[in-house]
Design a protein around this ligand. Structure first.
Ligand SMILES: Cc1cc2nc3c(=O)[nH]c(=O)nc-3n(C[C@H](O)[C@H](O)[C@H](O)COP(=O)(O)OP(=O)(O)OC[C@H]3O[C@@H](n4cnc5c(N)ncnc54)[C@H](O)[C@@H]3O)c2cc1C
Length: 153
């Protein structure tokens, strides 16, 4: 079982959650995703890893409620748990694999839109942690739907 440690409404119908999943947190990288099953009968929901804290053992997900499962996910509160949290899946962002001297030559601009800002954020964070200066443009259907603006700074 994977406990919800934090729940925040970022924008209308867009939630951020920190999930206690130490093994995923220990080995994941920007660009990867997880598959969540809410309960025994739940369908498998793929969600991008938005952030992770290896020490706290938590993985951050950001999801938009669009249908049955994501609406059900949003009904869960801090202290409750999801049944499965499988990952990390998929490949790391190519930026993580690129040689430092190659990255240093580049001027990188990220462009993020709506809930799609969630997969961009860990790459921006990773680049900044490595000491690279990157820019990010965030767009959305309206200003209320812009997420992670402060986190990007
Ligand atoms: C690798 C990967 C990473 C992803 N990462 C993220 C992420 O970080 N954050 C995120 O928010 N999403 C992400 N997604 C998308 C997310 O997985 C889906 O939004 C989620 O699985 C939808 O499940 P659901 O049961 O809530 O919606 P579903 O019920 O499956 O509905 C899906 C779509 O169909 C429409 N629909 C449903 N029922 C009907 C109907 N009866 N008539 C007409 N239309 C209908 C819904 O409006 C919705 O647009 C990712 C997907 C992939 C593949």
């Amino acid at each position: 079982m994977y406990k919800i440690m934090k729940k925040e409404l970022l924008a209308p119908n867009i939630y951020l959650m920190d999930i206690h999943a130490p093994r995923v947190a220990k080995s994941c990288y920007p660009g990867q995703f997880v598959i969540i099953k809410i309960d025994e009968k739940g369908e498998r929901i793929p969600l991008t890893i938005c952030d992770y804290d290896r020490e706290a053992g938590t993985v951050t997900i950001v999801f938009q409620t669009v249908g049955f499962s994501t609406k059900k996910m949003a009904e869960y509160e801090v202290g409750e748990s999801y049944r499965d949290f499988i990952g990390p899946l998929g490949v790391k962002s190519e930026l993580v694999e690129e040689a430092a001297e190659e990255l240093a030559k580049k001027k990188i601009l990220f462009v993020a839109g709506g809930v799609g800002t969630a997969p961009v954020y860990p790459q921006v964070k990773w680049m900044k942690e490595q000491g690279y200066d990157v820019d990010c443009i965030i767009g959305a259907r309206n200003k209320d739907l812009i997420i992670l603006e402060d986190a990007m700074n």
